[in-house]
Design a protein around this ligand. Structure first.
Ligand SMILES: [Zn+2]
Length: 392
């Protein structure tokens, strides 16, 4: 059995991943744009990461991503604990009491042994965080957040909410939340592209690869997301506010959005990747992974006082409690996204945050269906009042 890694070994492993990513991205994107991307480590003893842009308006991108050692260390330790949680007899017994089909897939992908599982989940999680920062930078969120009118921007976007400063509110908070979701979306798509690049390379996986490792890694990335979101949220499991407050959306809302982006993009690209899996299975695999991550956080890192039904994936259309909040976010994103799209340096078109027509109709209650539902409710209440009047 593998002994756990020392902190130094974790930093070295993360360092290798980040330096390979940074040199690849410099070569594939920044060289053409005559810009630069650099990665720095911080010794701050907090789970944190941030993105610094020194780009001048209209100029080449000059970007820096900063990661704390503590973030890499904590993600590794969480991943180790997650592996143990998925095999914990108390959790397995609890699952037996849940409805059939709650976790229809293996809790840990069968293709991976313990070392593979921990390493792949760790690589996937730190890569996702790196791409989230890159998402802020490629879209130059600093220009939008701070409404810079000068020709020089030195913006800094931090992931960890300050616990001492007064929380952000009003328009600044709305913009911050919307751009966090936009960076999440970029990260998800970049991460899946990177995953596909790695796990479809014949030199690495051989000629007749059945893509089970790719599917397994897809699952593990999503398992790690809840942990990342809750850690950046200072560990809080907060439930919906009707209006944005602070710098980051609730972990639950971020997880719902990211899960949808993951399964939609994976379903769209599966043929090209040579993956044979139905849309239904992709969705159930995604839900299970996100739920596993959320339950791990719930049982291992909290007092488990929140209801499990609140933290697991239900789909955005089943989240009435976020309807008012989503109205604010969508309206804000519609206002700022034209400017962001002009500033965006690179990235796949699917990496741009979008709110589908169905969700918009649900949130703003504009569809014919919603009108019909309202009409029926009205009719029902009239019938009821008629009955009441008649009986009186
Ligand atoms: Zn962010």
């Amino acid at each position: 059995m593998q002994s756990s890694k020392t902190d130094i070994e974790i930093y070295m492993l993360a360092g290798e991943v980040f330096s390979t990513l940074t040199s690849d991205i410099q070569r594939t994107h920044y060289n053409n744009l005559k810009g630069s991307i650099t990665l720095c480590w911080s010794e701050e003893k907090k789970f944190n990461a941030w993105a610094i842009s020194e780009t001048t308006l209209g100029g080449a991108p000059i970007h820096k991503i900063v990661i704390t050692y503590e973030m890499a260390r904590q993600i590794y330790r969480d991943v180790e604990a997650f592996y143990e949680f998925a095999r914990d007899i108390r959790f397995l017994n609890l699952l037996k009491k849940m409805p059939n089909g709650t976790m229809p897939h293996p809790l840990i992908p069968k293709i991976f042994n313990k070392d593979d599982c921990i390493n792949n989940m760790f690589f996937a999680a730190i890569t996702w965080v790196y791409f989230h920062e890159l998402g802020h930078l490629t879209q130059e969120h600093g220009f939008v957040r701070e409404e810079r009118n000068t020709s020089v921007a030195e913006s800094l976007i931090q992931e960890l909410e300050s616990s001492t400063e007064k929380p952000l509110s009003g328009q600044a908070s709305k913009i911050s939340h919307a751009t966090e979701l936009a960076a999440d979306c970029e990260a998800t798509v970049m991460c899946l592209v990177e995953l596909a690049r790695h796990f479809t390379d014949e030199k690495l996986v051989g000629k007749n690869d059945d893509r089970q490792a790719l599917i397994g890694c897809y699952y593990l990335i999503i398992c790690s997301l809840a942990c990342i979101f809750y850690r950046f949220n200072g560990g809080r499991v907060s439930l919906a506010n009707s209006t944005p407050i602070g710098t980051h959306p609730d972990a639950i809302f971020r997880l719902e959005c990211a899960a949808t982006q993951f399964y939609e993009f994976f379903d769209m690209t599966k043929k090209v990747l040579g993956v044979t899996i139905s849309r239904v299975d992709i969705i159930s695999l995604t839900k299970q992974a996100a739920d596993m991550g959320a339950m791990f956080w719930h049982f291992v890192h909290t007092d488990a006082s929140t209801s499990i039904t609140d933290i697991v994936i239900r789909g955005l259309l089943e989240r009435r409690e976020y309807k008012e909040y989503a109205k604010e976010i969508i309206t804000t994103w519609d206002e700022i996204s034209p400017k962001i799209l002009k500033l965006r340096h690179f990235g796949a078109s699917f990496g741009i945050l979008q709110f589908g027509e169905r969700y918009r109709q649900y949130v703003f209650e504009t569809s014919e269906i919603m009108k019909l539902v309202k009409f029926q409710k009205l009719q029902t209440s009239r019938t009821h009042s008629n009955v009441l009047q008649q009986s009186e």
